[in-house]
Design a protein. Structure first.
Lengths: 387, 179, 75
């Protein structure tokens, strides 16, 4: 709502670390030429657990509540070209952290914004993919806008199959240009407008090992260049460059007798801010009948802290510093359960997830837990129609 | 990097496919010189029928021998188009013979449920015939002349291919008249 | 992780990536299971996109979301 715009805090705090998914991240997921047109819709609700009132010094203890609509169109256009279009609309309400204050006893407390920020975000992207005899090429463009933030992104990717089609090499490059125009508040000296570039690239190899097993391994590089601070935090000074590296492996195995597929994914992440992270996900896709499927998912995430992470915002400290929990050491478990019905023309899906993070779950030992670590529950429901 | 080369070299192609492709290429360059290969004989059961069908049953006809499976996207495009081609050429001596390669008959049956196809659907659950014929991709079709010789191979299927296939069928049907 | 370990890791990764050792031939007509939607890299791409969006917003690490390959292998 427009009348709430004067409230401090914002989406940048929410999506600040990464912002929109760059176009390249969404490419090449369905590289095979579609033979039908498919329309999809998803509605998701996301709710973060309230903060313990004991850790909030001022402001609201209510955290984000987000509603998301997603639309997708995938269609063949001509014999060898496929178009996919995605749109995402989000509305969010809730409060975000402005600073972490340390007390002599060792406890940290949060200075939060007021409760009723409401913001909207729109994200659209399109991809055109052309199939050749032994591979495909694609180009993608995207645009993202929020009240205080605007971004354009684009990417190219190329896929090539081996002659026997058992091995597929793919590689891609992408960019994103983001502009931030933070919402101003009286008596707080915020930046007016800043920007940043993001460049990324990857190379990956998918391989068919047997009639029931395929795997993928990929190497990803990313480089941020520009303003990377969180403008809504009281003392947030980060480097203006960030180099990211990720190694991803995925495996898909089918148990014919059980009529089930197991998915195992692992990602190692490292950046020059000093963060190492491990992400593991196991999903079991159990077919109950020709049409029904149930999918439990377990995901584990752990990261180490950034070199300049601080557990409180002291006005006396100079140089690079941030108390953002996303730069602290912690670990998280996500438990998900999906149910789907799918026939030749329709699919109906429901997925629910609970996310629980804690310094105790981290692989590295943590001396002082960040009080702002997030726990949330989300659900997604939707329909696909093919014709 | 040396290992990398393995992915793109031809060693993984089975040798029958190479011979066949070479013959197709030669046949294209020197149509009168290359001796076409006799299509391998087979005998397979019809889907949901007691009857077994052999390739020999179609001697004297131009045959479009199609290898397909329910899970193959382009195959879903091809089957109704083949029905139209059959309607167009059947009375001139043309037949489509579709060999299903699903491992479960149920999958094939489900896939065909709302499709009205008048050509024979044969089941090869043991998947021997695609090996005999050197199928390299899904779908693959072989076009046989009235003498039962392999004359053309067609891999993949899009709607753009229909005209091209119709022309070949017409050419193979016309051959008898000129002989 | 220091720079030397990282280089070692990248080297190991490249060797794994480029090695072509382990595969027995899978014929074109044997890919029925691989082409199932529950064997895809993303079984439900829209829900995956949403989940990736949430994780990317809430966690320090990001990147490495998905590419193609495998599956039907149809022409």
């Amino acid at each position: 709502m427009k009348n709430n715009k004067r409230n401090p805090g914002s989406l940048v705090a929410l999506t600040g670390a990464a912002l929109a998914l760059p176009a390249i991240a969404q490419m090449a997921q369905a590289a095979e030429m579609p033979t039908k047109t498919e329309l999809g819709y998803r509605y998701s609700g996301y709710q973060e657990e309230d903060l313990d009132k004991g850790v909030v010094l001022t402001g609201s203890n209510e955290r984000y509540d987000i509603k998301t609509h997603q639309f997708r169109l995938v269609a063949p256009v001509g014999e060898q070209t496929a178009l996919s279009m995605d749109a995402m609309f989000e509305t969010m309400t809730g409060a975000s952290a402005m600073s972490v204050v340390a007390f002599p006893g060792g406890d940290s407390m949060l200075v939060m914004t007021g409760a009723s920020i409401q913001e909207e975000r729109t994200d659209i992207s399109a991809e055109l993919r052309r199939q050749g005899d032994q591979g495909s090429k694609a180009v993608a463009l995207g645009y993202s806008i929020e009240d205080d933030y605007e971004a354009v992104n684009g990417g190219l990717d190329v896929e090539r199959n081996s002659a026997d089609r058992l091995t597929t090499w793919s590689s891609g490059i992408g960019f994103s240009y983001d502009q931030l125009n933070p919402i101003q508040q009286a008596n707080i000296n915020r930046i007016k407008s800043e920007d940043r570039w993001y460049y990324n690239g990857y190379v990956a190899r998918a391989k068919v090992h047997s009639p029931v097993w395929q795997s993928q391994v990929g190497l990803y590089l990313g480089l941020y260049d520009g303003y990377l601070d969180d403008p809504y935090r009281s003392r947030d000074f980060r480097p203006n460059k960030r180099q990211q590296f990720a190694l991803v492996t995925r495996s898909r195995y089918y148990f014919s007798k059980l009529k089930a597929a197991i998915h195992c994914d692992y990602r190692f992440y490292n950046d020059d801010w000093g963060i190492d992270a491990h992400t593991m996900e196991v999903a079991w896709h159990q077919s109950l009948s020709e049409f029904f499927r149930v999918t439990p998912i377990l995901r584990y995430y752990s990261q180490s802290q950034a070199d300049f992470y601080v557990d409180n915002d002291s006005g006396l400290r100079e140089g690079e510093q941030s108390s953002d929990y996303r730069l602290s050491s912690y670990g998280a478990f996500a438990y998900g359960l999906g149910v789907s019905y799918s026939d030749a023309n329709y699919s109906f899906t429901f997925y629910a997830e609970h996310y629980d993070s804690s310094a105790d779950y981290a692989l590295t030992s943590v001396s002082k837990a960040n009080p702002f670590l997030v726990d949330y529950t989300s659900f997604t429901t939707g329909i696909d129609y093919r014709f | 990097m040396l290992n990398n080369k393995n992915y793109f070299n031809q060693e993984r192609f089975n040798s029958k496919a190479i011979i066949r492709l070479t013959m197709v290429a030669l046949g294209f360059l020197f149509p009168k010189m290359a001796a076409a290969e006799v299509a391998p004989e087979f005998s397979l059961p019809l889907l949901d029928k007691e009857k077994t069908v052999s390739l020999a049953d179609f001697k004297g006809q131009v045959v479009y021998l199609d290898f397909w499976a329910s899970w193959c996207g382009p195959c879903a495009v091809s089957l109704p188009e083949l029905e139209k081609l059959r309607a167009q050429f059947h009375n001139k001596g043309f037949e489509v013979v579709a060999i299903n390669l699903d491992q479960s008959e149920e999958d094939a049956r489900r896939f065909l449920k709302n499709k009205k196809l008048s050509y024979p659907i044969l089941m090869d659950k043991k998947q021997k015939t695609p090996e005999q014929y050197g199928v390299v991709g899904m779908p693959t079709a072989f076009m046989l002349d009235r003498q039962g010789l392999l004359r053309e191979t067609h891999t993949g299927f899009t709607l753009d291919d229909v005209d091209k296939i119709a022309k070949i069928i017409q050419r193979l049907l016309d051959e008898k008249d000129s002989e | 992780m220091n720079a030397r370990n990282l280089k070692l890791l990248i080297t190991i990764f490249c060797i794994v990536l480029l090695s072509g050792c382990e595969t027995a031939t899978v014929q074109a007509w044997q890919r029925g299971k691989l082409s199932r939607t529950d064997m895809a890299w993303q079984a439900d791409p829209m829900t995956s996109a949403y989940r990736d969006h949430v994780y990317t917003s809430k966690e320090g690490a990001s990147g490495g979301i998905g590419t193609g390959g495998g599956g039907c292998g149809c022409y």
